[in-house]
Write a protein that binds this ligand. Structure first.
Ligand SMILES: [Zn+2]
Length: 362
């Protein structure tokens, strides 16, 4: 696997082939326009949304000698995909109480609202909670729900949860997580779906077929990280076990038949450009397939995955698509509409938000 690379600079100069800003004579400032563009974030990990500043806030509550901001920032360093997973673990180990989870939920939504995100679907890693065996899952869910409700009241942003199991912890551990998700689904309408993250090489999707069928029968929507650090067979497996959305789908570019199926079925892809570059799963900016996928008619959405770990938030991803890949602002409006369309919101809410995207002016 390639080494991690420095974060692409979302403020790099506009390439010569960059399109005009928008129709008519209006030339809005892209940052301002993209910030105001109503959009949804569909691939974001709650634990991966913890900023160094929030880590300092948590540490001040929990640690006898609190972390400095510099010390907190130092925790966010890694050099490849496996070490990134370890770094992620080091941050989550700083969550000591259910109230900590309320804080990170609230802070995550406050930050998303600031970027013009109207709706988010965030992964919460119950797999990690079980593995750490320190906190009561029910209390944590109560706490994140408080954070969600408070942020919705203050910022008007909606949130649905996707319960994430860690595939490399094994099938049995994942079964426990999925069954908990099914139980939570009965009490919390915001618990909308399940997914598997972690190292695909150590937990191939096809092994999860029965668990996915059970989750679907329990009324949960199905997502799957696939083709992030493995080949297209991982994406085929995700589709074959019923995944409704594919996280990353980076290696679909290596399989024309798969591209055809993704285009025909309009299976939404939760792309995470900066994440792929920083983890080394994609070797360079110009090797990322986002533009090709879009041109081939795939259902592309832009997402931020674990923003403070990668040094880019969702707004930066839209800017990167504009400046690094030549997406026009009108095309980015289309991607914003895709993000609403691919969400697990009820149809009437989707229609209302799609109307906002369409009417958003210059
Ligand atoms: Zn992810």
């Amino acid at each position: 696997m390639a080494q991690a690379r420095p974060s692409p600079n979302p403020h790099q100069p506009t390439p010569p082939n960059a399109p005009q800003a928008g129709p008519g004579d209006a030339k809005p400032d892209p940052i301002t326009w993209l910030r105001g563009l109503p959009k949804a974030e569909l691939h974001l990990h709650l634990e991966g949304s913890i900023t160094p500043e929030t880590l300092v806030e948590l540490s001040a509550r929990n640690d006898p000698s609190p972390l400095s901001l510099d010390a907190a920032r130092a925790i966010y360093s890694y050099h490849d995909f496996p070490s990134f997973l370890l770094c992620f673990k080091a941050v989550t180990e700083r969550l000591h109480t259910p109230v900590d989870y309320e804080l990170i939920t609230y802070n995550m939504l406050r930050e998303l609202a600031r970027q013009g995100v109207r709706h988010a679907e965030a992964y919460i890693s119950i797999g990690i909670l079980y593995w750490q065996a320190r906190l009561d899952v029910d209390q944590v869910i109560d706490a994140v729900e408080r954070g969600r409700t408070r942020a919705k009241a203050e910022f008007g942003i909606s949130l649905l949860w996707i319960v994430d199991a860690v595939r490399h912890f094994g099938l049995e551990a994942c079964a426990r997580v999925f069954r908990k998700a099914a139980e939570l689904r009965r009490s919390y309408p915001s618990m909308i779906g399940i997914g598997i993250g972690g190292n695909e090489l150590l937990g191939p999707a096809h092994e999860f077929r029965d668990l996915y069928a059970e989750a679907r029968a329990a009324g949960l929507r199905l997502t799957c990280h696939a083709g992030e650090n493995t080949g297209p067979q991982s994406i085929w497996a995700a589709i074959n076990i019923g995944a409704e959305r594919i996280g990353h789908a980076l290696s679909a570019q290596d399989d024309p038949d798969l591209i055809d199926v993704l285009a025909q079925r309009q299976i939404p892809l939760e792309l995470n450009i900066t994440s792929n570059l920083r983890t080394g799963c994609c070797p360079a900016l110009d090797a990322h397939p986002v533009r090709r996928y879009f041109e081939e008619g795939l259902m592309v959405t832009l997402n931020s995955d674990d923003p403070p770990f990668f040094g880019a938030n969702l707004l930066d991803e839209y800017l990167l698509a504009h400046r690094g890949f030549g997406f026009s602002l009108e095309q980015l409006r289309e991607l914003a509409a895709n993000s609403i369309e691919a969400s697990f919101l009820p149809p009437e809410r989707k229609l209302a938000l799609l109307g906002e995207v369409e009417r958003y002016g210059w």
